[in-house]
Structure formats: structure tokens, C-alpha cells
Design a protein around this ligand. Structure first.
Ligand code: PLP
Length: 411
């Protein structure tokens, strides 16, 4: 093995094993998934789609990709799946291309309220290629469906986008479909309904929340967050009339040869996601997230509450520090989080008033409800400087040591 890389990988495994990973977008794929991702499928060029490739020798690769497609369709109950996107951002790039002309109007959530870079950020391709407009959350920081109805009438978008990176509550996709339908019935411009379920795909797969595939024209996702697969993207739809457009938006428009080793890994993960064991896991993720949120609240911290795998902690109101500082303080005791803007943000995004906390990764390693509450105590003690950091670091290590090794997470 390459000694320099081996050394860095060993250090990374040590970092992961010795700490508590609370970044809401992270997770650990199973050993089985990881093994397949480093398989010989990595060596094959397969531009195109199963049965219609630009290269010879694709019969086995076709089998792998078809299996991944079939498992994705079954998992989410839909008619079409494209498993080739290299990432969630690539999936969104292609989804826009499939549905829109350059310069078309898109209505998406105000970025400070939990949208993603690809949802119209000035630094993303999305805002350069399309005309993004935004909707706000209600005063309770939740989706306000009447407000959305009004914004639809004002903006007359070609596409309405739901699905977020830092939104801790349930999304009523059925209600959104109704709101969009009634807008479309009296508008000259037809608005497509797109859902980016990158964060909550695992909760949807476990059938613990509404499935957007039943309501949206197109659904994009990542495969590595709550879905617990390899790093990658996914596009789903029940609109078979859009299939050709989506396929050609991925290849040849956005990408070249697909990463068939990663597609094999997605297939393995989709099989795991369809099992009762995964439903149990996801139920635990929701319980742990709520336990940590509630314990912080009981101690007097201002938290968002949660109906999924994440919540927001308002560190400015709770502890008088910004999110950047809170992130660094927690990192120094071995707890990894990320700073995050909150509803009604008063600080620049590089500082932010909050941090985002999620339990998908920690639960994969074996975090119990009791430990999730202990972790809330450690976060509180760290940010109030109630205890010496070295004692807190030790307590973090003790919890992390009780969990499974990140290199040995069998499904
Ligand atoms: C993570 C995320 C993405 C992008 O995923 P990448 O694989 O990092 O490109 C897109 N949309 C949302 C809502 C996300 O949370």
C-alpha cells in the first residue's frame, strides 16, 4: 500500500473512531457497501445506459446498473430511476436541465432558512443558469403553505422546489402538490414540482414520513446521507414521459462515464434500506435526535425541536457565542458539528447564529438514547464552559469507545 496515503487513512479512521460525528449530512455505509465500491467495476467504461452503451463489454455492468435501478424504484415505489448522478449537486444540475430552459424562473426556499447551494445560491451554477426567486418560512420557522401559494402567484415560476439541508420539521408534500395544482389551474406558466430529498431520503425509504415521489414531478437525492449508501446522487420520477429528458440530462449533458463501482454500492445500500433492520435503525435515529434536542431544551438552551434526523441549536441566544465559535469549541472536545444559519439570521453566514446537529452517523455506530442525552449534556457543558475541556474530551472518548469501529460496520 502507498505508505503516505495509508498513514493519512489510518489517522482519519482514528479521528472518526475517537470522536462523535453529529454532522447531519454524514453517515457510515456498511462494510458490504464499501467493499463493492472498491471492486473491479471501477475499471469499466460504460457511457450510456443498460442495453445502449457506447462501449463493448458492458453485459455485467448492465446487470449491476439494472439491479440498482430496480431496487431504487422498489424502495421508493416509483416508475423511473437514474442511478448515475455522481453527487446530489449533479442530480440537481440534470433535473433543472430536464425540466427548464435557460433563464426560466425557479421558486425555492430562502437559503438562510435551510436551502442548498444548488437551490439558487449566488456562488452556484444554479443562479447563473436560472432565474431564482425565494419563499420564506413562517414566523414559527416552519413552511407556511399559504405564503407559498401567494409567492407562486407572484413569481409564476416554471419550477417549484422543496427539500432542504437544515429543515428540522416534516414536509407536507401532498399539501404542496395541492397548492401547486391550484396555482397551475389559473396560471399561464406551468410550474413543475421538484423535491430534493437529499437529507431525508432514508426516513422516506423507511416509510416514516410522506413519500415525495407520490406527489412531485421529479425527485432528486444523495445516496450517502440518511440513506447510508456510497457518496453519490439519484433521480426518481413517476413521470415516464420525462424519462428520456432526465437520462440525456445526466449523460451526455452533465456527465461522462458513470461510476459503476459506486452504482454497485448504491445497489447494495438500497437492498439494506429495504429491510426491517433499516426501519429499526431509522426509528432510533429519530428517537436519538429528539432525545438530544429535548435534553438541551430542558437545560434551557434554545433549540428548534425536531421531526426528523436533525435539529438546530441557537448558540447565540443560548450561550452568547456565534456558530463558528461553537463549532470550534465542540470540535476541540471531539464532537463534530457545523455552524448553520437560523431563521431570522442576524449574523453573516460565515459566522451564523446556530449549529446543526444530526444523529444519522452516531446511531449507525451504535449510539443509544441514553448516550444521546449524555451528548446533549456534553454540548451544554462545553458551550457554557461549565467543565474543563480535558474532562469533556475524556467523556466523549468514553462514549465513542463504546461504539463500533468505523472500519467494521457490517449491516
Ligand atoms: C447534500 C445536499 C445536496 C448535494 O449533495 P452533494 O452530493 O454534496 O453534491 C443537494 N441538496 C441538498 C438538499 C442537500 O442537503
Amino acid at each position: 500500500m502507498d505508505k503516505q496515503i495509508e498513514k493519512l487513512l489510518n489517522k482519519e479512521a482514528k479521528r472518526q473512531n475517537g470522536g462523535i460525528e453529529l454532522i447531519a449530512s454524514e453517515n457510515y455505509p456498511s462494510k458490504e457497501t464499501r467493499a463493492v465500491c472498491s471492486s473491479i467495476a471501477i475499471a469499466k467504461y460504460a457511457e450510456g445506459y443498460p442495453g445502449r452503451r457506447y462501449y463493448g463489454g458492458c453485459e455485467n455492468i448492465d446487470g449491476i446498473e439494472r439491479l440498482a435501478q430496480e431496487r431504487a424504484k422498489k424502495l421508493f415505489g416509483c416508475a423511473y430511476a437514474n442511478v448515475q448522478p455522481h453527487s446530489g449537486s449533479q442530480a440537481n444540475f440534470a433535473a433543472y436541465k430536464a425540466l427548464l430552459n435557460l433563464g426560466d424562473r425557479v421558486l425555492s426556499l430562502q437559503l438562510n432558512d435551510g436551502g442548498h447551494l444548488t437551490h439558487g445560491s449566488p456562488v452556484s451554477f444554479s443562479s447563473k443558469l436560472y432565474d431564482f426567486h425565494f419563499y420564506d418560512l413562517g414566523i414559527d420557522a416552519r413552511l407556511d403553505y399559504d405564503l407559498i401559494a401567494r409567492r407562486l402567484d407572484e413569481v409564476n415560476p416554471h419550477l417549484f422546489l422543496a427539500g432542504y439541508s437544515a429543515y428540522p420539521y416534516e414536509i407536507d408534500f401532498k399539501r404542496l402538490r395541492e397548492v401547486i395544482d391550484s396555482h397551475n389551474a389559473q396560471s399561464q406558466t406551468h410550474a413543475y414540482f421538484m423535491v430534493d430529498m437529499a437529507h431525508i431520503a432514508g426516513i422516506i425509504a423507511a416509510k416514516l414520513t410522506q413519500n415525495p415521489v407520490d406527489y412531485a414531478d421529479i425527485v432528486t437525492s444523495t445516496t450517502h446521507k440518511t440513506l447510508r449508501g456510497p457518496r453519490g446522487g439519484l433521480i426518481l420520477s413517476n413521470r415516464l414521459d420525462l424519462a428520456k429528458k432526465i437520462d440525456s440530462a445526466i449523460f451526455p449533458y452533465a456527465q461522462g462515464g458513470p461510476l459503476e463501482n459506486i452504482i454497485a454500492g448504491k445497489a447494495v445500500a438500497f437492498r439494506e434500506d429495504a429491510s426491517p433492520k433499516f426501519v429499526k435503525y431509522m426509528t432510533k435515529v429519530l428517537e436519538n435526535t429528539k432525545a438530544c434536542n429535548d435534553e438541551l431544551s430542558r437545560r434551557g438552551a434554545k433549540v428548534s425541536g425536531t421531526e426528523n434526523h436533525l435539529f438546530l441549536l441557537d448558540v447565540l441566544t443560548s450561550f452568547g457565542i456565534d456558530g463558528k465559535t461553537a463549532q470550534a469549541e465542540l470540535e476541540s472536545i471531539g464532537i463534530t458539528t457545523n455552524k448553520n444559519t437560523i431563521h431570522g439570521e442576524t449574523l453573516p453566514p460565515a459566522r451564523a447564529s446556530g449549529i446543526r446537529i444530526g444523529f444519522a452517523a452516531a446511531t449507525t455506530r451504535g449510539c443509544s438514547k441514553k448516550q444521546a442525552m449524555q451528548i446533549a449534556g456534553l454540548i451544554y457543558d462545553c458551550l457554557t464552559r461549565a467543565k474543563p475541556k480535558k474532562d469533556l474530551r475524556k467523556a466523549v472518548e468514553k462514549i465513542a469507545d463504546s461504539w463500533k469501529d468505523v472500519n467494521d460496520l457490517s449491516f
